[in-house]
Design a protein around this ligand. Structure first.
Ligand SMILES: [Zn+2]
Length: 98
């Protein structure tokens, strides 16, 4: 479990996060989730906890900052989706939904 997590969020992730940080801290970045955002305000507030969101099954937008809460909710949602999908049919991983 832990090794998979580290492989996905290794140093390139941290470097990307560091590249975004000044913009988030300046209050210039909107949550990547857009309409799926959980927060009352889409804009990431300076000092607010945020995660670097990756393209996934629920949001295919490019890697960008999003609220920590939005990121965590999606992770559990994706896990749920993976569980239900198994009952239907195994679809190969696609880079785009369309
Ligand atoms: Zn959000």
């Amino acid at each position: 479990m832990t090794s998979i997590h580290n492989a996905r969020y290794g140093w390139p992730h941290r470097r990307l996060r560091a590249a975004w940080a000044p913009y988030v801290e300046a209050g210039l970045v909107d949550c990547r989730r857009g309409v799926d955002c959980l927060a009352p305000v889409l804009r990431l507030k300076p000092g607010e906890p945020w995660d670097l969101g990756h393209p996934d099954e629920t949001c295919e937008k490019p890697t960008a900052p999003e609220h920590e809460a939005c990121n965590r909710r999606t992770m559990s949602r994706a896990r749920r989706a993976a569980r239900t999908k198994r009952g239907k049919r195994a679809t190969p991983r696609r880079s785009k939904a369309w």
